[in-house]
Design a protein around this ligand. Sequence first.
Ligand code: MF3
Ligand code: CO
Length: 259
Amino acid sequence: MITIKNPEQIGLMRRAGALLYEVLQTVAQAVKPGVTTAELDAIAEKYIRDHGATPSFLGYEGYPASLCTSVDDTVVHGIPSEQEVLREGSIISLDCGLVLDGWQADSALTVPVGRVSEEKRRLIEVTEACFFAGARQAIAGHTLGDVGHAVQAIAEANGYGVVRDLTGHGIGREMHEEPSVYNFGRAGHGLKLRAGMTIAVEPMIAMGTWRVESDEEDGWRVRTADGKPASHYEHTMAVFEDRPPELLTLPGHVWKEAD
Ligand code: MF3
Ligand code: CO
């Protein structure tokens, strides 16, 4: 079921989103060589609980942490570990979600660990460009195909693969609501967006093949099939008539002509 939120409900989601922004900034600032991914998870969980919210990933379908930490060829759903020490030159996707007063926020970004290669820096930049191109299509009357097409066009123009096995999603009282938000598609096709929809757009972009493999041991980790790095960027947003969406997990963001 697709749920439409009224302005008051969007206001509550804005509060959840603003808190999640702070959580991810705090975790991102702690990323450096020598830190373990378990330490990053602890920082996220503490920040969330100290501010009166609840981590939404923890316990979700048995997921054992508050944060997903996906390093290099891990695309998404890397489980934080005390054994996993960050090394200079890696890139890491930090994906987190929380519930505040019954409303969900979900967001991810990819950051470098120390100094990284030009090619990894570019992968991160293009993934963000894919997100902004897709997200700005999320206007009432446009379709989900418009969003996915915009993401795909930029990724493929740069020679990158769009991971297809995972998608963005509706979000509200639940972390995952309908519809699925594909990162590929045909302009003008698919579900028509309506004002008051709240969705998470989350391109997962690979330097090589878009094909991925799931880890059979932990049941969560998703890796690129060719072992090349991937990047991930996500925000929760509210859809309006006649203007690009409000990015609820990026407070203060304003759309410019050039974006
Ligand atoms: N951002 C991810 C998503 O949208 C988070 C899910 S991880 C889980 O699906 F652990 F919570 F499942
Ligand atoms: Co998500």
